[in-house]
Ligand binder design. Structure first.
Ligand code: SF4
Length: 438
């Protein structure tokens, strides 16, 4: 069977015309994971194409085409799916967006995979081979991650990614932030057995790793077991956690001892009202400085993420956030526009309030304003976030945050990459009004 697996481009990340000339991102795991799940008897003519790093041919020599889509890439996924179906190809859609909106995806596909594909993707291929393809495959309750084949990273060209050694130990999250697709799309958290994670790292011969898990410390006992097992490997790693890591000294010490050099932490907002609004009450604003200090004490750099556009956010929120990241020497701040992804509680509320500007999913990417904010105009929010990026990654801003900080040289390289990003972002906005005063 000839199978093609496609990851369509989004507005910002695309081959040649994207924000970077070549993909400056971590190797995605979705296509390699799907490739590994294909039973050997069907894997003879397999091809993986990530449109972030190469063009997708308009004529594919494939019997079955699988397309994985997030919301920002769903319009392109549908465009490709419609194109190949007109050529008589069988098209299967899956991933987070088809999981959130399976009926919408079904209008563009012969079959839709809803939820994780571990059990259903091999079943779907078997059905297709038998001529009995079903229109929908839903993840069954009780699915586990243990005992699965390791991702086929060798099928994507690793030279196009800043970090080729990506992996996952867990999926899902225990929290229910109202803007996040994770609780809506994926449900309860799942874990790979620690022994399998360690074997995956050994097989990769990796020295530098990125855990793609959405919250690596969701289960602290599991995280401690994992970090202990990492220590003998002498790797360095980065991953995503919540502020809660700061309040468990053993966990934080083990992270540092196991080679953690960078943590992405979602601070989201500097106002308690916004943290309550998004159901992130476990983030306590008065504790932020101590969280940062505790992580920095272990020589771990922080990629701090902040979201703008909550109902209590006025135009002052941009300058306040820049001041905060400067004073606390956050090595890699990142900013996003509050985005009501489909089917999330936030989307349902804003839709009911009549505040969605449109449902052009290609602009639901965390950098475009797609709803009417409460205390700003959409233009003020769009210009404000652009100003925040540029102010943070001005040469003065970089120097203020990094000077005498953790991992100066590593952070400097990443900061220069983000400076490039910050100064090109406006080319991809749908709003071209002047910036706030610099
Ligand atoms: S903690 Fe992070 S991953 Fe978990 S629900 Fe909140 S935003 Fe999503």
């Amino acid at each position: 069977m000839r199978i093609a697996l496609l990851s369509p481009r989004g507005p910002l990340y695309r081959h040649k015309t994207g924000i970077f000339k070549k993909s400056l991102r971590y190797m995605p795991l979705t296509l390699p994971t799907l490739a590994a799940l294909i039973p050997p008897e069907y894997a003879g003519g397999l091809r993986l194409i990530d449109e972030g790093i190469e063009d997708i041919p308009m004529h594919l020599d494939a019997d079955l085409i699988g397309i994985s889509a997030i919301t920002g890439s769903s319009a392109r996924a549908y465009e490709l799916a419609d194109h190949y179906r007109r050529q008589g190809k069988c098209v299967v859609l899956g991933g987070v967006h088809p999981t959130l909106l399976p009926d919408e995806a079904a209008r563009h596909a012969d079959s839709v995979v809803v939820g994780y594909a571990e059990d259903n993707w091999p079943l779907l291929l078997h059905d297709f081979h038998q001529g009995k393809l079903q229109s929908r495959y839903r993840q069954q309750p009780g699915m586990i991650l243990g005992g699965r084949p390791l991702p086929r990273r060798d099928l994507l060209p690793d030279g196009n990614f800043t970090v080729g050694h990506t992996l996952e130990a867990t999926r899902g999250c225990i929290h229910k932030c109202n803007f996040c697709v994770v609780p809506t799309a994926w449900g309860r958290p799942l874990q790979h057995p620690v022994g399998e994670v360690i074997q995956d790292i050994k097989n990769m011969r990796a020295r530098r790793l990125i855990f793609m898990d959405l919250n690596l410390i969701a289960d602290k006992d599991y995280a401690k077991e994992l970090f202990r097992a990492l220590i003998p490997l002498k790797v360095t790693w980065g991953g995503l956690v919540t502020t809660q890591i700061a309040w468990d000294d053993e966990l934080l010490d083990l992270a540092a001892q196991s080679g953690c050099k960078g943590l992405l932490i979602g601070f989201e907002s500097l106002t308690p009202e916004a943290l309550n609004e998004c159901k992130k009450g476990f983030n306590l604003l008065k504790e932020y400085q101590e969280v940062i200090a505790r992580v920095h004490e272990r020589k771990i750099a922080i990629m701090g993420t902040f979201v703008f556009g909550f109902d209590n956010d006025g135009v002052e929120s941009f300058a306040n956030t820049v001041d905060f990241v400067m004073e606390n020497k956050i090595e890699l701040p990142r900013y996003a526009v509050l985005t009501p992804f489909p089917s999330t509680p936030l989307h349902q509320r804003l839709d009911a309030e009549g505040r969605l500007l449109h449902k052009d999913w290609s602009l639901y990417d965390g950098q475009h304003v797609v709803f009417q904010p409460s205390l700003m105009t959409p233009g003020e929010l769009q210009r404000g976030i652009e100003w925040t990026w540029k102010k943070t990654y001005s040469y003065t801003g970089i120097a203020r945050r990094l000077w005498r900080g953790n991992l100066f040289w590593t952070a400097l390289t990443a900061n220069l990459g983000y400076r490039f990003y910050a100064h090109r972002l406006h080319q991809f906005y749908n709003c071209r009004e002047p910036l706030l005063a610099a």
